[in-house]
Write a protein that binds this ligand. Structure first.
Ligand code: MEV
Length: 432
């Protein structure tokens, strides 16, 4: 089979599962053993799970899908997504195709700088303490680098010290010190926590106060990723709506999310429908990513949308996403979990920043998919098709009988298990 160089693979979803695996193997140069990992016949075993967490009793499996059509900074990507929710992978692939028509995504990201927080209390003079910390900035950064290990060897390490005095709190005057720390290709939780803990003694000596907590912040707003893209209005046309009308409705939907936290929560949930599955597939900490995203969405005091949508001068739709994305490609589960390593290989990821940028693009595409459906036919239509498919399978349909049972139930507007069972019985043994 010839190697695919494009992620635009029409009909990928129609291929038998084994053929899909073989296409991905061809795309990423996967060995026979690696394909077995994807198929679940090897990969993370109970034994290995027992080394990852405590009290392990087994493995909990989830579907791993591939989103197609992504073009990010002129490079094609196939995106591994781990998710239990139907429609997400199809919807994001479709949205990526629309962005592709507009030239694909353009992305950028910050240096991978994490924040370590050190809480200081019992301070007689909080202002003097803050000044003393800043005066000792270089010494503190050098000390943090001393325990930086491989991250410092790879060019990472301390990048700054900041002070945030809270003169009046229920616990008395409190000085929060931020250690800014570049963790390179690691998510870096261990590195930043080690550095923050290590600085405690020196900070107590400098401030005359008492250090309490020493821990990273998941509001990683020094480590943001951005993705932007355009969709030609004509691509948004439906049977009953002109493209320009759909652009307008989507822009209005974006404003709804920008002004109303009740809508913003659902809007951002839809964005995380795209982001979390890639974060999970690559063995990254999705709770950290969720915490950072939502805290960032509330940064100005009112919870709001993580994306912006507008109509450009040519009448086309443009979207932009920006959010903290502290993901790594070394350390943690990223290299321990066999499937996580494969996910990185399928995406051909070379750096943590590249991964963060691709994930941002997936979030933007997922958001577009939801808004486009909501602003036109609603989301139930697509969901009903997936629901019908699940019923057909539950009723015992296999192979191409599944599609025929689904189509009949949809045409009849009768999507129920009893009907699926009757159709399986009636249609089995017949063909188109
Ligand atoms: C469903 O999982 C996600 C949506 O509700 C997102 C949205 O409303 O934008 C469709």
């Amino acid at each position: 089979m010839t190697t695919q160089h494009t992620s635009r693979i029409p009909g990928f979803y129609k291929l038998p599962l084994a053929e899909r695996v073989s296409r991905i193997a061809d795309w990423a140069g996967l060995t026979a053993g690696e394909q077995q990992v994807l198929l679940g016949s090897s990969g993370l075993g109970a034994e290995q799970a027992g080394h990852m967490i405590e009290n392990a009793i087994g493995i909990y499996a989830l579907p791993l899908g591939i989103a197609t059509n992504f073009l990010v900074n002129d490079q094609d990507y196939l995106i591994p997504m781990v998710i239990e929710e139907p429609s997400v992978v199809a919807a994001v692939s479709n949205a990526a195709r629309l962005f592709r028509e507009g030239g694909g995504f353009t992305t950028s990201s910050d240096e991978p700088v994490m924040i370590g927080q050190i809480q200081v209390l019992d301070l007689p003079d909080i202002q003097a303490a803050a000044e003393a910390v800043l005066a000792n900035r270089d010494a503190l950064m050098a000390e943090a680098d001393r325990v930086g290990g491989s991250i410092v060897k790879h060019g990472g390490g301390a990048r700054g010290i900041e002070v945030r005095p809270f003169p009046e709190t229920p616990a008395g005057p409190m000085l929060i010190i931020h250690l800014l720390y570049d963790t390179r290709d690691a998510m870096g939780a261990n590195a930043i926590n080690t550095a923050a803990e290590h600085l405690a003694t020196q900070i107590e000596a400098i401030t005359g106060g008492r250090v309490n907590l020493r821990i990273l912040s998941n509001l990683t707003d020094r480590r943001k990723a951005r993705a932007e893209g355009m969709i030609p209005a004509v691509e948004l046309e439906t049977d009953s709506l002109a493209g320009e009308q759909v652009v307008k409705s989507i822009v209005e939907a974006g404003v709804f999310a920008a002004i109303d936290p009740y809508r913003a929560a659902t809007h951002n949930k839809g964005i995380m429908n795209g982001i979390d599955p890639v974060v999970i597939a690559t063995g990254n900490d999705w709770r950290a990513i969720e915490a950072g995203a939502h805290a960032y969405a509330a940064r100005d005091g009112q919870y709001t949308s993580l994306t912006q949508w507008w109509q450009d001068d040519d009448g086309n739709l443009r979207g932009l996403i920006e959010l903290p994305l502290a993901v790594g490609i070394v350390g943690g589960a990223t290299r321990v979990h066999p499937t996580a390593g494969l996910a990185l290989k399928i995406m051909k990821i070379q750096s943590a920043r590249q991964l963060a940028e691709v994930i941002a693009a997936v979030g933007l595409a997922q958001n577009l998919a939801a808004m486009r459906a909501l602003a036109t036919v609603g989301i139930q239509q697509g969901h009903m098709r997936m629901h019908a498919k699940q019923l057909a399978v539950a009723a015992g349909a296999t192979g191409d009988l599944v599609a025929r049972v689904v189509q009949t139930m949809i045409e009849e507007g009768n999507i129920r298990l009893e009907r699926a069972k009757a159709l399986v019985h009636g249609l089995a043994g017949t063909s188109d």
